[in-house]
Design a protein. Structure first.
Length: 476
């Protein structure tokens, strides 16, 4: 199963997830591979992903970010990871080019943050790294040696895998230090939130949201702002003509979670950014908003679904079991989905059991050993696609095959229960929810500022951001 993952910000962009868990707990870490590892796994010459013909096989530098470079092969590997969300094989060269530009822009953002972490002296020493790796191994029912064997068995280079985990820890530490530590949530904020959730008239509507962002750089010219607006309008028109929101997000959005379909998960009103809230409350499930202007750019929001909640200080937990299949070098996303459908059909017909399928086929090593059993889980702790499946399937029934950023799953809910939340836990939930809402806004502002201050040379688009005059100092 995807292994426990808890970035300080739920939707911080990640490199390729491997062996990652669905659980998002405060002491967890996603198993990820660096772009170099992704290249080793699937981006090498001779095993080019179908639909990648628009990218040159020879390596070259496609972007420079301060002292870092991003190569063509690294970009190609990142684009290839979107194969389960976009139809790479049938994209025109022009569409491939636009997709490459969007993915490169997100890679530039990550490189800018890593440069900042290096500049202010954030380091993840081997002791901390090994502690994180041991934690990942334990959550998957392994020791460190077994984790290494599993990573290598999936075609990953262990050293590059370690470097990928180290980079993610750097990003999380940077966000914690320079963004989240600056967010203040007062006792009055918490009291108001709890009163709203648990008061006598606390029944309210929650919204399943997704967003697409067309970003506008700081100090952008009127021409650049108008160009961004026109791009946002074109995206909105495509969506209203029936284009799939998740696919358009993966191809066109500048948001950090674009490759996750822009999914923001279920949000109660207190956790919806204030700029979105009045728009969202006037929308019906399935609707796409008009363009929303913010200091960060132009947003398009979709209300994927709505539900009513009672506001009581309790949560619904699910006893579930699942199977996860991840695309890999010898099995592309389409073949992986097809295998998942076949295995689900065998379980549904009684030909075999979910436990047997999980032990033999599941790519979640932690739950596979237990026949796919996840124990009692909270939807709020799961990635959005998994949480939605949990909440939509009837007890005792198999879910359809569904996709998350980790691969293709099907699950069965065996039981449900309502679990009361203690006063202390409720206050902590309130603090986290309020902080998450504010963090959404503050992190985007922070990234815009970092990018405005960095030297960024994007060789795909031919643009250079040189606010500090580094080129004038002789940088080539």
């Amino acid at each position: 199963m995807p292994v426990s993952h808890a970035p300080t910000h739920r939707h911080a962009r990640r490199p390729l997830a491997v062996l990652a868990t669905l659980l998002l707990t405060a002491t967890s870490m996603t198993l990820t591979a660096s772009p170099a590892a992704a290249q080793a796994n699937g981006g090498s010459a001779g095993q080019q992903n179908p639909g990648m013909s628009g990218f040159q096989p020879l390596d070259r530098i496609v972007a420079v970010v301060d002292d870092r470079v991003i190569t063509q092969r690294e970009l190609q590997a990142e684009v290839a990871q979107l194969g389960g969300q976009v139809d790479l094989a049938n994209m025109s060269p022009a569409d491939q080019q636009r997709l490459g530009e969007r993915v490169l822009d997100r890679m530039i953002t990550e490189a800018t943050m890593l440069e900042r972490a290096d500049k202010i002296g954030i380091q993840i020493d081997d002791t901390r790294l090994n502690q994180a790796l041991n934690g990942i191994a334990q959550r998957n029912g392994m020791n460190l040696s077994q984790l290494r064997d599993a990573v290598v068995g999936q075609g990953q280079n262990w050293a590059e895998f370690r470097d990928g985990i180290r980079e993610q820890m750097l990003l999380e530490e940077l966000q914690k230090r320079e963004v989240y530590s600056q967010i203040n949530v007062s006792d009055r904020d918490i009291d108001a939130y709890i009163e709203q959730r648990t008061g006598a008239s606390a029944e309210q509507t929650e919204y399943r949201l997704a967003q697409i962002l067309v970003s506008v750089p700081e100090n952008a010219s009127p021409e650049a702002i108008e160009s961004a607006r026109e791009r946002a309008e074109a995206i909105r028109d495509e969506l209203r003509d029936g284009e799939d929101f998740a696919r358009v997000s993966a191809e066109r959005s500048d948001a950090l979670n674009a490759d996750e379909g822009g999914d923001l998960g279920w949000r109660e009103p207190a956790r919806i950014p204030s700029l979105f809230l009045p728009v969202v409350q006037d929308m019906q499930a399935g609707e796409v908003s008009e363009i929303i202007r913010s200091p960060n750019g132009f947003h398009i929001v979709k209300v994927a679904d709505t539900r009513s909640t009672t506001g009581t200080a309790a949560v619904t937990q699910y006893r579930a079991e699942h199977v996860l299949l991840r695309p890999r070098q010898d099995r592309d996303p389409a073949a992986t989905r097809e295998l998942a459908e076949q295995l689900r059909a065998q379980v549904a017909s009684g030909e075999t059991t979910l436990a047997s399928v999980a032990r033999e086929f599941s790519d979640d090593p932690g739950s596979a050993q237990r026949g796919g059993d996840l124990g009692w889980v909270n939807p709020e702790d799961m990635v959005p696609a998994f949480a939605q499946a949990l909440e939509s399937v009837q007890t005792g029934e198999l879910s359809p095959v569904f996709e998350s950023q980790f691969g293709f799953h099907f699950l069965r809910v065996n039981d449900q229960r309502r679990q009361e939340v203690s006063g202390e836990d409720l206050r902590e939930q309130a603090r986290n929810a309020i902080g998450e809402r504010r963090a959404d806004e503050e992190l985007t502002k922070y990234i815009r500022r970092l990018r405005a201050e960095a030297y960024i040379e994007n060789r795909l688009t031919g643009t250079v951001n040189d606010a500090s005059g580094q080129r004038a100092l002789g940088r080539q």
